[in-house]
Unconditional design. Sequence first.
Length: 187
Amino acid sequence: MALNRYRPAVKGYLEAIVRPLAKTGLSPNHLTVIGLMISLAGAYLFYRGEQFTAALVLLFGSLVDALDGTLARLTGKTSRFGAFLDSTFDRISDGAVLFGIALGNLVDWKVAFIAFMGSYLVSYERCRAELAGSGTLAVGISERAERLLILIITALVRHVDYGVYIVAVLAWITVFQRMWAAYQRLR
Ligand SMILES: CC(C)CCC[C@@H](C)CCC[C@@H](C)CCC[C@@H](C)CCOC[C@@H](COP(=O)(O)O[C@@H]1[C@H](O)[C@H](OP(=O)(O)O)[C@@H](O)[C@H](O)[C@H]1O)OCC[C@H](C)CCC[C@H](C)CCC[C@H](C)CCCC(C)C
Ligand SMILES: Nc1ccn([C@@H]2O[C@H](COP(=O)(O)O)[C@@H](O)[C@H]2O)c(=O)n1
Ligand SMILES: [Mg+2]
Ligand SMILES: [Mg+2]
């Protein structure tokens, strides 16, 4: 909710990065795949216990994640499959990052699991409610951009364990915020 508000403010910068990429013939789907690979590398670095580097790699992966849609829109290549691929790869990345953190013993796996479940539920609720006709359900205090930034910032100070705790709490608050919003729009 909060960070999504800054989309228009960063749009121009994202387009400036994407313009030269568009000339290379790179497709939005290529960029989506590259973004996932970078995020998976970040997850692996978490597993290796290298929090600081993992955070930088994940930040770069998140940037690429914001670029694929920008490239699609700029080149008139938006597609329904591209949207599906982008969202599906977001879920793989979200799961892999928390799995990497847990596997690297950077946090109690039980807390990681609660954060994982909350994160997936938040995204699932949006998808399911929109399918039922709610209109865009981008609501709640901890959407994906917020969750990612919390993990990135806490990992940069080598305390991603705090980040996972925060995500576990905020994601579940968001679960109930989205449930309420869906109730109001769909009842
Ligand atoms: C390390 C260096 C080599 C690289 C450094 C590069 C930097 C300059 C980085 C800038 C990055 C910045 C521009 C982008 C970061 C955004 C990132 C935090 C979030 C990534 O989201 C990508 C994108 C996806 O949105 P989308 O709607 O397509 O995704 C939906 C989402 O997954 C839904 O999940 P949920 O329901 O919410 O759970 C799904 O339901 C949907 O299916 C799915 O489609 O979003 C892009 C737009 C962002 C929201 C824009 C945010 C702008 C912020 C103001 C960025 C602020 C970044 C700071 C400058 C970075 C400083 C960090 C530092 C650590 C202090
Ligand atoms: N391979 C892709 C990726 C994205 N899109 C389109 O962009 C939207 C997501 O934009 P982001 O800025 O959040 O990345 C998505 O819903 C699609 O419309 C695409 O077509 N192909
Ligand atoms: Mg994207
Ligand atoms: Mg994505």
